[in-house]
Design a protein around this ligand. Structure first.
Ligand code: UDX
Ligand code: UDX
Length: 423
């Protein structure tokens, strides 16, 4: 099939490369000139494990273009432009509607427009109204890619949701995946249910995280251990162990945006989503109480402390710092200077962090002579700390609970603290 993907971001690029690897001819359109220049010179301008290599293997049938008229041969046009959060919490749909206007003049007869970006319930009805062509079918096909695992999630999805009442269009899209994905994982539903499945899934996952973070706070007061509590809970197959890792709260371009958008659209429909609202508030507040904890440890150091923060990205495996808790926490640490290190997100963070932040070249450089070290992103690289010795008294705040506790507690001069244990 000839496919056009509009938007070459964290969703558009893995989707374009993945569909090209299935043998489709794909053109990926983007309005961002700098990004396009990089893509057309063969450089993938974002970090996603394995994406550059996959692109190298499909570049014969994957083209990048800034000219939206290149979609005219496409039977399927996938919308994957950003739908960021507006100030009032609603999804900002300017880009999705702009993209719809852009493609409208070039849609061939019988084309399918599939919206992969996360859009509020009813948005695809509006896209259909804008396109205003009875021969063109607008479908909701939400993405479920996790950043850092986008290719894993593309090639081994838990489900492909196709929101349309048009059975022949459903079958066409099903055929796109059927050779590669078990048929029982390709689900048809109506468009609005497909739109809501995405929001409800993300909001539930975010709620799981906020739930375990609240339980973690209780563990600290009653001398329980949240890692054991999560393990014990997770053995209940109805609960499941995933997304029960206590930490500093969720970030990223999705959970914050999607929980707020869901709350907004529910309120607009006169429905109170109390659980989602408390997840949003609790998660937001958490990053400031984590900063307060770190400030307290710093203030307990005699003289001028050297402070090292490990992790800037909102999670491991990505260079993305959108709504990263680490960024907010650093901006609320009162000490100056603060030494930071992140394996992938330094360049993005340099655009937002202030002059009091010193970007170090390596983990070792960052933690050298530090009095307080805080781990804020769950990069496996930071397990290197387990092999280090510390010549002076050092407080290590493992706020993602990633280090081996037994090893860290044996280290001379180290005071090791985890989330969800007696403080
Ligand atoms: C997107 C959506 O924001 C979100 O709804 C979904 O859940 C995740 O996918 P993401 O892929 O991270 O997020 O968006 P982003 O990384 O911002 O990429 C969007 C791309 O679309 C950018 O490269 C931008 O230049 C491009 N774009 C934007 C267009 O080509 N045309 C436009 O009109 C607007
Ligand atoms: C999420 C959804 O997982 C994905 O299905 C959807 O398509 C897009 O949004 P993503 O935002 O890339 O993916 O990241 P995810 O892996 O879900 O993590 C989100 C945040 O939660 C990160 O800040 C992560 O550090 C945090 N997290 C995750 C926890 O704090 N604890 C956990 O147990 C899991």
């Amino acid at each position: 099939m000839y496919i056009a993907v509009i938007g070459s971001g964290y969703v558009g690029l893995p989707t374009a490369c993945g569909l090209a690897s299935f043998g489709n001819d794909v053109v990926c359109i983007d309005t961002n000139k700098e990004k396009l220049k990089l893509l057309q010179s063969g450089i993938i301008p974002l970090y996603e494990e394995g994406l550059q290599e996959l692109y190298e293997s499909v570049k014969e049938n994957l083209k990048f273009s800034g000219d939206v008229s290149d979609i005219k041969k496409a039977e399927l046009i996938i919308l994957a432009v950003g739908t960021p959060m507006s100030d009032d919490g609603s999804a900002d749909l300017q880009y999705i509607y702009q993209a719809t206007q852009d493609i409208k003049p070039y849609l061939q007869n019988g084309a399918i427009v599939a919206t992969k970006s996360t859009v509020p319930i009813g948005t695809n009805d509006e896209i259909e109204r804008i396109i205003d062509r009875s021969d063109v079918t607008v479908v909701s096909m939400p993405e479920f890619l996790r950043e850092g695992y986008a290719l894993q999630d593309f090639f081994n999805p838990d489900r492909i949701i196709i929101g349309t009442d048009n059975i022949s269009v459903f079958n066409k899209l099903r055929n796109l995946y059927i050779q590669h994905i078990p048929s029982e994982k390709i689900i048809r539903t109506n468009r609005r249910s497909a739109e809501l499945i995405k929001y409800a899934s993300n909001a539930f996952l975010a709620t799981k995280i906020q739930f375990i973070n609240e339980i973690s706070d209780l563990c600290e007061k009653v001398d329980a251990d949240v890692a054991d509590v999560a393990a014990g809970m997770g053995l209940d197959t109805r609960i499941g162990r995933k997304f029960l890792n206590a930490g500093i709260g969720y970030g990223g371009s999705c959970f914050p945006k999607d929980t707020n958008a869901l709350e907004y659209m529910a309120n607009k429909n006169g429905v109170k989503l109390g659980i989602v609202s408390s997840t949003i508030k609790g998660n937001h507040d958490r990053r400031f109480n984590i900063a307060a904890r770190i400030n307290k440890y710093i203030s307990d150091i005699d003289g001028d402390a050297r402070v090292a923060i490990l992790g800037l990205a909102f999670k491991n495996g990505t260079d993305d710092i959108r709504y990263s808790p680490a960024i907010d926490i650093i901006q609320n640490i009162t000490h100056n200077p603060i030494y930071v290190y992140d394996p992938k997100a330094m360049n993005n963070a340099k655009n937002v962090l202030g002059a009091n932040v010193i970007f170090t070249k390596s983990l070792k450089d960052c933690v050298k002579d530090a009095d307080v070290i805080a781990i804020l992103t769950e990069w496996p690289d930071f397990k290197e700390l387990e092999n280090m010795t510390f010549d002076k008294n050092t407080v290590i705040l493992d706020y993602r609970n990633i280090l081996d506790e037994a090893i860290m507690r044996k280290k001379p001069h180290v005071t090791y603290k985890r989330i969800g244990q007696k403080i």
